[in-house]
Ligand binder design. Sequence first.
Ligand code: SAM
Length: 296
Amino acid sequence: DLYQTPDVSKPRYVRVNTLKLGVDSALIELGKQYVKDNLVPDLLKLPPKCDLHDHPLVVSGCVFMQGKASSMVAAALDPEPGWEVLDACAAPGNKTVHLAALMRGKGKVIACELNKERIKRLENTVRLSGAHNIEVLHGDFLSLDPKNPLYSKVCAILLDPSCSGSGTVAERLDHLLPSYATGQAVNIDERERLNKLASFQKKALAHALCFPQVERIVYSTCSIHQIENEDVVKSVLPLAASHGFQLATPFPQWYRRGLPVLEGSEHLLRTDPVEDKEGFFIALFIRKDRTTIQPL
Ligand code: SAM
C-alpha cells in the first residue's frame, strides 16, 4: 500500500489525537526526545529509527502515525468546530480523523469512499479515533449531487484523490533528474497511468468547486508529478474563478512552493520526497463571499 509504507530510517512524526489526549499529556507519556512541530499543531517529531507501531498510545488511538506533509493537509483546510466538512476520497481515514480532531468533535465530517475494502479500514480508523461526528459514505464522490440538500451545509471539502504515490516512493527512483517532476522521465505505461489519474483528479477538483455553500477546498496528492499537481490546479482555474474561488496560501512560512508553470504558483505548496521525507502537494481554494456557518 503506497499510502502507508513504513521506513524506520525516516524521522517519524506522530499526530496526537486531541479527541482522546492533550498534546502536553502525550509529551509526558512519550518522553523528552519528542518535540512539538513548528508548523502543524498537535504534531510531534521523534528521533530517527524510533518505531512506535506497538506503543500503547498508538494502539489505543491516542496518537496516530502520520507524517508531517500528510498532517499539513487538514491543517491547511483549518475547519472550524461546528462546520460540515466533506472528505471526498477518505480511506484509510488519516485526514478524516484529523479533521474531526481540529473541529474538536463538533459539527460533521462526511467521509466518502468508493472502494468497499477500503471502507473497512476507514471505519476502523474512525472507531480508533473515538470521533462521533464522522459519517462514512460508501459511494463515488463524482456522483454526489452538489445540489442535494444532504450537502447543502457542506462548507469545506478535503480532496485527497487517488494518485501515483510517487512522492512516497521517489527515494527509490531517480528524483535528481530534473525531468522527473515534470513526468518526462517516466515510461509509456507509467505515463498512461498518470494521464488517467490526472483526468480523475481534474474531474474531482472541478466537482468540488460546484458545491454551492463550500468556501474552502484543499486539494492534495502524495505525488511529485506536475501532471497530478500544478496541471490539475491550472485546469480548474477558470471554473474556480467563475465560482468566486481564489488560490490561497497554505502555510505561507513554508519555503517550497509550486512549480512556476501557472499564475499563482507561489500559493501552492510542495514538499520534497528526500529533504522533507515525503513528496506532497497542497493547493487551497478560498471563496470569500459565503456566509460562514457559525461554530456551535
Ligand atoms: N485521505 C486519505 C488518508 O489520508 O487516509 C487517503 C486517500 S487515498 C490517497 C485516495 C482514496 O480515494 C482511495 O481510498 C480510493 O479508493 C478513493 N477513491 C478513488 N476514487 C474515488 C471516488 N470516485 N470517490 C470516492 N473515493 C474515491
